[in-house]
Design a protein around this ligand. Structure first.
Ligand SMILES: [Zn+2]
Length: 388
């Protein structure tokens, strides 16, 4: 039985979760942003911190700037789809990453919902160049500027998230040098707070981002449609996976085991905490179970069964591979598993987990050790499910 390691109790010099959360809110409030990079970087930081959580629940000590750049590109990849017949939404007055992604999509004639991983495999040179550009942009602009409060001469820097070894004068050539140290060292407490607050922080960042886009596209947007366009899953295309996934569950609801529909494809780890459309995060549930579960984390008994599906070499994992191949749907079990560890490990003991309709149970952190304590999943192969 694994108890929470002592390093997860706040040291005296760490900010409290409340003080930390207040700083994040102040960051979102401060100044006017000329681009949406700050929002994208914040979401990338949340995801990278969750994924970097180790099997015992300790958050990462540092994050890679290059990795954050690639995550930011992934966010814009979806958002640069055409929104109206006039094209994609504007997010700044500059030739920013959104414009560059949109140009590339058009130039290569990519289908609207093609995942970035698949596009990279089909067009390695063009997408690779875009990726390098995104990495350089994120390392040069939002990363060194994120922790500045206020604007102009009165701006104050407060490194409450990370320390880093460069500033915004860094040249693109240096960013791409092999020996460039791209690490962002998380300050004490920051990783733990980011991971624990993800359920609160993500919706706030998304709302601010949405308002930024709405202001720049006045008259063109309907906020509900905009929200699902910017941050929603690919609900339409998920329906195609319902039957193959149901087959994998022997025709039964993943949660209650009932064999009667109507069926819906559900994100096991709730979309609002961890937006992951990869196959590993998808299960089929009753409409009733799905709607009752909403944004809650499923109980540990559900987690155990779900975790078992990710085990490399297991029968379920092989079946998921087949579905991924047949439907050209990405699978990255190691990344999805890392997200699960991050989400569950950082919930305080007693957090209510969803068991069944109208039923919840308090989280017992000791049980997580038994689920996550086994051998770590091997690294994912590149661009899974990208065969055709
Ligand atoms: Zn059910």
């Amino acid at each position: 039985m694994t108890e929470r390691p002592p390093d997860r109790i706040a040291a005296a010099d760490e900010p409290s979760a409340i003080a930390f959360g207040e700083k994040l809110l102040a960051l979102l409030d401060t100044g006017s942003f000329t681009t949406s990079y700050k929002y994208a970087l914040l979401l990338a930081l949340l995801d990278a911190t969750l994924e970097g959580t180790d099997p015992e629940g300790a958050p990462p000590r540092w994050l890679s700037g290059r990795d954050l750049g690639r995550r930011v590109l992934e966010l814009y990849w979806r958002q640069a789809r055409p929104y109206t017949d006039r094209g994609p939404l504007r997010q700044s007055a500059l030739r920013d990453l959104v414009v560059k992604v949109a140009d590339l999509r058009e130039r290569l004639g990519l289908p609207e919902h093609l995942p970035l991983a698949v596009a990279r495999q089909r067009h390695p040179t063009a997408v690779g160049a875009l990726e390098r550009d995104a990495v350089a942009t994120v390392i040069r602009y939002p990363i060194p500027r994120l922790q500045r409060f206020g604007s102009g001469a009165s701006a104050v820097e407060d490194r409450f998230l990370y320390e880093l070894g460069w500033d915004d004068m860094i040249s693109p050539a240096r960013v791409h040098r092999e020996d460039f140290d791209d690490r962002l060292h998380l300050v004490p407490g920051a990783g733990r707070h980011l991971a624990a607050l993800v359920g609160l922080v993500r919706p706030v960042v998304e709302r601010e981002w949405l308002r930024h886009v709405a202001r720049r596209n006045e008259g063109d947007v309907d906020e509900l449609r905009l929200e699902s366009f910017l941050f929603g899953g690919e609900r339409m295309s998920l329906t195609a996976l319902r039957d193959p996934l149901l087959h994998l569950q022997a025709g039964r609801c993943f949660y209650c085991g009932d064999a009667r529909g109507p069926w819906e494809v559900d994100h096991f780890l709730p979309w609002s905490r961890w937006p992951d459309d990869r196959l590993d995060n998808l299960v089929v549930a009753h409409r009733r179970c799905n709607h009752d579960k909403r944004a809650a984390l499923p109980a540990v008994s559900h987690l155990e069964r779900w975790w078992d599906r990710l085990r490399p070499g297991g029968a379920a994992s092989r079946q998921l591979d087949d579905v991924a191949d047949e439907w050209s749907w990405p699978r990255q079990p190691a990344r999805t598993a890392a997200g699960a560890r991050g989400l569950y490990h950082h919930q305080p003991p007693g957090t209510l987990l969803w068991v069944a309709r109208g039923e919840v149970e308090p989280l017992d952190p000791g049980r997580l050790g038994r689920v996550f304590g086994g051998a770590a999943l091997a690294a994912d192969p590149p661009a899974p499910g990208a065969g055709r």
